[in-house]
Design a protein around this ligand. Structure first.
Ligand SMILES: O=C(O)CCC(=O)C(=O)O
Length: 283
């Protein structure tokens, strides 16, 4: 694995490289087919450092912090793009197996870090995360991408994030909304997400009981959502790490996406190559 502060030149893969993978070929195939796989204990060694980093983050959130707390609900805390100021997050990005596994799942020579996202539902958070796709929020286009949803607490099946198998290959991207239900972009006439909860049997919904350090790996176009957390169900602390591969290019989606990445000077169609997006792995 190359761990790089500055992007190294990307060499082409060799036969030896392609024979060595960090995930079983069947896991790569499952990810390509379903747009989602569960990876057991992959980040078990990173749970304590990530908990430490998360505590530091919640004690001093960034300007991008966006929490929801409707009346009568516990807080749903979210913050984004903190790897450059939280040492434990940076260590995860640079030194955990995530980059290598991301490259293998994506079938990509490279893995470039896109951003981190912390999502904490305190016990009694009445906010269900609505069904959505991440891709239309992001300033990136391309087919090679993956997010790791990494619980730092035990997750019973009832509060696990759920994903619709195969939805990353649905022919349409649906209108993105903020988690409070408002439209993300003005005058967006893309179709609404179908009412999945009204017809759960009609969709191949995947979810798991998880241990801290397991991960759900899912494609940016995969439709996913997450239940509320009842008062007795414990904290639900999630560290999400998002990666892109060889074909990632910048796209201006015509509005303030999420994360906003205010300092980018890239133009639509240019490779997503900027200091905010370090190239962590190449073969
Ligand atoms: O954890 C959640 O509630 C939602 C996670 C999510 O939407 C994501 O990681 O993209």
């Amino acid at each position: 694995m190359s761990v790089a502060a500055a992007p190294p030149p990307v060499a082409g893969p060799t036969a030896a490289d392609s024979a060595v993978t960090s995930v079983a070929p069947s896991t790569h195939a499952d990810f390509q087919r379903d747009g989602v796989v569960v990876l057991r204990a992959l980040f078990a060694d990173w749970v304590e450092p990530l908990r430490t980093g998360l505590d530091a983050l919640m004690a001093a959130p960034s300007p991008l912090e966006r929490s929801y707390q409707p009346q009568g609900s516990a807080r749903f805390f979210q913050d984004l793009c903190n790897w450059q100021r939280i040492p434990e997050f940076e260590a995860f990005v640079r030194h955990s197996p995530a980059a290598r596994v991301a490259a293998d799942l994506m079938g990509s020579r490279t893995a470039r870090f896109f951003h981190d996202h912390v999502l904490v539902k305190e016990p009694g958070t009445a906010v269900a995360t609505p069904w959505h796709q991440d891709l239309p929020y992001y300033c990136v286009a391309g087919s090679a991408n993956v997010s790791f949803w990494i619980p730092l607490d035990p997750i019973p099946r009832e509060i696990c994030m759920e994903t619709i198998a195969g939805s990353h290959a649905w022919p349409r991207i649906h209108r993105p909304k903020r988690f409070d239900g408002s439209d993300l972009y003005a005058d967006d006439d893309r179709i609404e997400m179908p009412d999945i909860d009204a017809n759960r049997e009609g969709f191949p919904i995947l979810g798991w009981e998880l241990e801290p350090g397991d991960a759900i790996a899912f494609h940016f176009a995969a439709v996913h959502g997450a239940p509320a957390v009842c008062p007795g169900q414990g904290r639900r602390r999630i560290f999400s790490a998002r990666w892109v591969g060889d074909d990632a290019v910048f796209i201006d989606r015509g509005g303030k996406g999420s994360p906003p990445f205010a300092n980018l000077t890239l133009r639509t169609g240019e490779p997503l190559d900027a200091a905010d997006f370090p190239l962590i792995y190449s073969r």
